[in-house]
Design a protein around this ligand. Sequence first.
Ligand code: HEM
Length: 501
Amino acid sequence: MLEDIFHSPTSVLLLGVVVGLLVLRFFNFSFSAQERHEPPGPRPFPLLGNLLQVDLKRLDQSLFALSKKYGPVFQIFFGLKKVVVLAGYQTVKQALVNHAEEFGNREITPVFYDFNQEHGILFANGDSWREMRRFAVTTLRDFGMGKRMSEEKIIEECRCLIEEFEKFEGKPFDNTKAINYAASNIISALMFGKRFEYQDPVFQAMVERDNETIHLTGSASIQIYNLFPCLGPFLQVRSNLMKNVEDGKRDLRKIIADLKETLEPEICRGFVDAFLIRKQSLEEGEITSSYYHDGNLLYSVMNLFAAGTDTTATTLKWCLLFMARHTEVQDRVVEELNRVVGSRQVRIEDRKNLPYTDAVIHESQRLANIVPMAIPHTTSKDVTFQGYFIKEGTAIIPLLTSVLYDESEWENPDTFNPSHFLDEEGKFIRRDAFMPFSAGRRVCLGEGLARMELFLFFTSLLQHFRFTPPPGVSEDELDLSPVVGFTLSPLPQNLCAVSCQ
Ligand code: HEM
């Protein structure tokens, strides 16, 4: 059979062309890159590209190391896919802020497509994304994102979290679940107008699934799937991931259906109600083809839930771990809180009088670096950037690791050092290279809410508890290496929350 094929002159010609193209594709790489002045980068192998030169389990670190060799704008091949990496504060800022439009599209990888079919906010582009993002920002602001109304909700949730921690009576426990529930309840309040009890099994399942989804999305298997989607049906991790996503959709559809049934347009309870009311009013005006459809509702809620829960909870877990690890820093935070606030509830307006505490939260966010490669972007048009030609549709990684650990911006990038955010008189100073929420057109839309949550949760917890390693474990023995997923979270480990009231 094979022999028959090779005896046919057309087949031999075709085979020759395919092999020739592959060889040209490989050997021609550096020639064409120089000709069009594309960014430099390590030489790729045929088919695999540079996959063997990076550690997929800690890709951000590998890319950071490569940036030291190839410069702040370099290209790398994942399989046949070319990706341009932007490294260092100056370059990332210049691209995302000064060339916001060119670098502002989202890359829709196969797994992101599977999640949302390009609806919603996180993994969407074009007019639909613009409208959904605008609607989310305005509605969440109307519901108090970054304002007093969310302050009240967060304070209420702080009390529940403190009660939960008290149940352990100072004995060692893993705080992951309770913190996830607390962060999730803030988004729930904004989305659905209600919080859930931490014991509610449906709520627990929703939060745990989200957590697992974020972890699996960053796994090496899913990165391989993104490069070779045809392998999808053979990858167990992908099946587990998609099951999670489908189960999550089922639960959210049910919550949305309940809200729809009890909708009273005069009493808008949250984002879902606001969306349904907008949809109804457009339909009454006989505008049938708008972006306000069920797909955009479901996926926007899913996105806000996923993006708003894990990130904030993970950051708070890092903050507490750093406190148990650096007790002298914890002592100074507690001293400042006692001196400035005393035993009353901390409010947002206290922040300006708590410079050391504020610096500690910022430094924890910097060092924890929980979204190390942002979420991949693509170029929306051909662009010449720092003298390099980057074609429309090229995948872009804004390497936030290289910004938050930029040696030319931070005095001791690898060390936990709150002084990064303090002047000589101990006053809080903003640092431009503090970019954990990214920047530009795709900057995190929950930044204001997240900052409020972190401040109120952190200070309320430190007013009530002293965080220590379990008995018999020294501070130095606490493990600060991250679990790598889509975000970097602390290794699950027990801490003690010893009541100090
Ligand atoms: C400490 C907490 C948080 C951190 C560190 C964080 C960080 C980020 C980062 C790095 C991005 C990607 C930006 C880019 O692509 O360049 C992002 C996007 C996003 N975040 Fe956050 N985030 C946090 C909390 C939140 C919260 C509380 C919400 C919800 C209210 C939220 C909603 C979103 C959404 C919807 C996007 C996608 C924006 C778009 O594609 O237009 N995030 N976030």
